[in-house]
Design a protein around this ligand. Structure first.
Ligand SMILES: Cc1ncc(COP(=O)(O)O)c(C=O)c1O
Length: 419
């Protein structure tokens, strides 16, 4: 097997931590992953040896600039961007999306239309909704199909008009886990003259992103979901972002990407970001890839997917045995490639939080609630204040952990039913 799980786990110190004699099982990954030692080392090295602001001529300021440049290059490789100038790095997905939405708003006028989905995380909904309120834009809502769990091309086509300026959609859902056919959806939207803004936060840890092949105009992700530090990365197509005028200080640079990166960057986190990308490249090299960093990253995802998908199926099959339990997402093994390994469920008559609290007490880390998939829970008719139980696998999880988790779900559900 090209994916050596023991070698992978050895890179993540947090995986071997024990609390009061209990091992940890991290299945909170859609909310944030653990980091390899190399990422923490890079952050620490930057703070301890090259800590300076940018733009000067002395040793540390020059070294800090190198770190910033390298982070943009690394993310260009990670996303398949044509140039590091297309990579905008900031606090997180939500902040960057608010920033870009305001920038794009400067090009829109009352009566213009935008399309938002019932499948997206609030980070790709609220910024646009509030922009629409501010500018008098018309919002058209795109539902997901409850059979396929995806956004269907026909549903998008039906909403587009000559006034559509933007379509904001997600690559993979943080609740159902389903993956959208982003390339096909993007083609339809762009032919109608709309810009396409893709939230790839949940896809990025699980599959190779190729922004040029997708054909979208913007794509955003968050490094802390793919083994990096807490920060967000926005890719924008060069010919699009070069025409935009973001809100910024008058005297700051107009160059790309600096035009969009406000204030002093998170330099130490950028050091960690490059290390996270290099972690993927090393994984690909260990699996036999040679050549460019991009080729190695591609191989890393190939072996990671082959490892993760059986774990996801193991989880789905084990949960499906529980009477009264509903998985909200794709369960068909033939469609395992159309989802990421994030599995959400509800159990008839049991509040999700009560299950999660019991399992958290066994040191199995997972979340309940709507997880900001506010539109999804509403479309599914799930009470938003309760939401779902969400189990999210990363490629450092093991089959034994999934077994232990399933055993816990079975036991906890049986116990709560007796109460
Ligand atoms: C699909 C999706 N989009 C956006 C976000 C928001 O990301 P950030 O915390 O970087 O703002 C999340 C966070 O969980 C998410 O899962």
């Amino acid at each position: 097997m090209d994916f050596r799980i023991d070698a992978v786990r050895a890179k993540f110190p947090a995986l071997s931590l024990i609390d009061k004699g209990r091992r940890r099982i991290y299945l909170d990954n859609p909310a944030g992953t653990q980091v390899p030692q190399a990422v923490a080392d890079a952050v620490s090295r930057c703070l301890l040896t090259t800590n300076a602001n940018l733009g000067g001529f002395f040793e540390t300021t020059v070294a800090a600039q190198d770190i910033v440049d390298e982070a943009h290059l690394a993310m260009a490789d990670f996303l398949g961007a044509a140039s590091p100038q297309e990579i905008i790095i900031g606090a997180n997905m939500t902040t960057l999306t608010y920033h870009m939405s305001r920038t794009l708003g400067r090009t829109m006028k009352p009566g213009d239309e935008i399309i938002l989905t019932r499948m997206d995380h609030e980070g790709n909904v609220s910024p646009w909704l509030q922009l629409a309120e501010d500018l008098g834009l018309v919002v058209r809502w795109l539902p997901f199909d409850q059979q396929s769990w995806q956004i269907e091309e026909a549903a998008l086509a039906a909403l587009l008009s000559e006034r559509t300026r933007l379509v904001a959609l997600n690559y993979a859902s943080n609740l159902t886990g389903s993956i959208n056919r982003v390339k096909a959806l993007t083609g339809i939207a762009r032919r109608a003259g709309a810009l396409v803004y893709v939230d790839a936060v949940q896809f990025a840890p699980h599959g190779l992103i190729d922004v040029q092949n997708l054909g979208c105009d913007f794509l955003i992700c968050s490094a802390y979901k793919f083994f990096g530090p807490h920060m967000g990365i926005l890719w924008g197509r060069l010919d699009v972002i070069d025409t935009l005028k973001p809100y910024k200080c008058r005297c700051s640079s107009n160059a790309l990407p600096e035009r969009f990166e406000l204030g002093t960057p998170q330099i130490e986190l950028m050091a960690g970001l490059s290390a996270a990308v290099d972690y993927f490249a090393e994984l690909g090299a260990a699996a036999g890839a040679q050549g460019s960093r991009r080729l190695k990253i591609a191989k890393a995802f190939e072996v990671s997917i082959a490892y993760e998908n059986p774990l996801a199926q193991q989880l789905i099959d084990g949960l499906s045995d529980i009477a009264g339990l509903t998985i909200h997402g794709i369960t068909d093994p033939k469609r395992i490639n159309e989802r990421v390994p994030t599995v959400s469920f509800t159990v008839e008559g049991i509040v999700p939080e009560t299950i999660v609290r019991q399992m958290n007490a066994e040191n199995i880390f997972l979340w309940s609630g709507h997880n900001y998939a506010w539109e999804i829970v509403h479309q599914l008719g799930i009470p938003a204040e309760q939401g779902v139980v969400r189990i999210g696998i990363a490629h450092y999880n093991t089959s034994a952990e999934i077994d232990a988790t399933l055993e816990s779900v079975h036991r906890v559900v049986a116990m709560l039913r007796q109460e």
